[in-house]
Write a protein that binds this ligand. Structure first.
Ligand SMILES: C[S@@+](CC[C@H](N)C(=O)[O-])C[C@H]1O[C@@H](n2cnc3c(N)ncnc32)[C@H](O)[C@@H]1O
Length: 213
């Protein structure tokens, strides 16, 4: 059998423990099983290799942006648990106490997320709610992957969160254009990191959001 470290060679620089990688593999099997019942990820991407690269490794690369001094991190629009479940697995094996709050409006996906969190014994809380209706939220890092466009996420954070440390956004191939347009309306500090899984994508680590107009 191929060594698990080879399968996750893109994460080599992060020294992810074998135990964490094994839990990633368990989670991949859970997603594949559930995907037969409900649409967690698109059917074309449900091969193990594809889930590992496109969803698991892609999610894991944000770990360095998570504020470990905060009580909780919030994943908005968690879907099948990317990146919320993946980061929670990593925090558990790093013995970090920060809890991941997974906001997901779908009943079926929330039920899957709850079961996966329980079976994986991770420190995650699933909140089945429309996040736009949630008020006075508090978080350390807020994570958003394939949820809504950047300006909508910024507006949500601005209006619905009373405190947060930073916002991590996954940006695709139109990311540069979207960033430029967004900066006309919003003022914020940001840091960019090239994605390790996709040539045209990057991560944005955003702080100090202010509205310009
Ligand atoms: C395209 S999926 C992305 C899921 C996951 N973050 C990923 O990267 O694979 C967007 C998810 O956000 C959820 N969602 C959409 N609007 C929402 C809302 N207002 N509140 C909470 N969840 C929402 C959807 O049900 C869906 O599961």
């Amino acid at each position: 059998m191929e060594d698990i470290l080879n399968k996750y060679s893109l994460l080599k620089h992060q020294n992810v423990p074998r135990e964490t990688l094994l839990q990633f593999e368990t989670f991949i099997a859970m997603v594949q099983k559930e995907n037969k019942e409900i649409n967690i990820i698109s059917r074309e991407t449900e091969e193990s290799d594809v889930i590992r690269h496109r969803h698991v490794i892609d999610s894991a690369q944000i770990i360095e942006f998570i504020d470990l001094n905060s009580k909780n991190t919030t994943d908005i629009g968690s879907g099948g648990g990317f990146p919320g479940i993946i980061t929670s697995i990593m925090l558990k094996n790093k013995k970090e106490k920060s809890k991941i709050h997974l906001y997901e409006k779908s009943f079926h996906k929330s039920r899957f997320l709850r079961k996966a969190s329980k079976d994986l014994e991770i420190n995650a809380k699933v909140i089945q709610e429309n996040i736009f209706e949630a008020q006075n939220l508090e978080s350390g890092t807020i994570i958003s992957r394939a949820f809504k466009p950047l300006p909508i996420v910024l507006d949500l954070v601005y209006k619905n969160f009373v405190s947060y440390k930073n916002v991590v956004m996954f940006m695709g191939k139109t990311g540069e254009k979207i960033l430029k347009e967004t900066l006309k309306i919003w003022d914020f500090d940001f840091e960019k990191k090239k994605s390790i899984t996709s040539e045209n994508s990057f991560l944005l680590n955003i702080k100090n959001i202010k509205k310009k107009i």
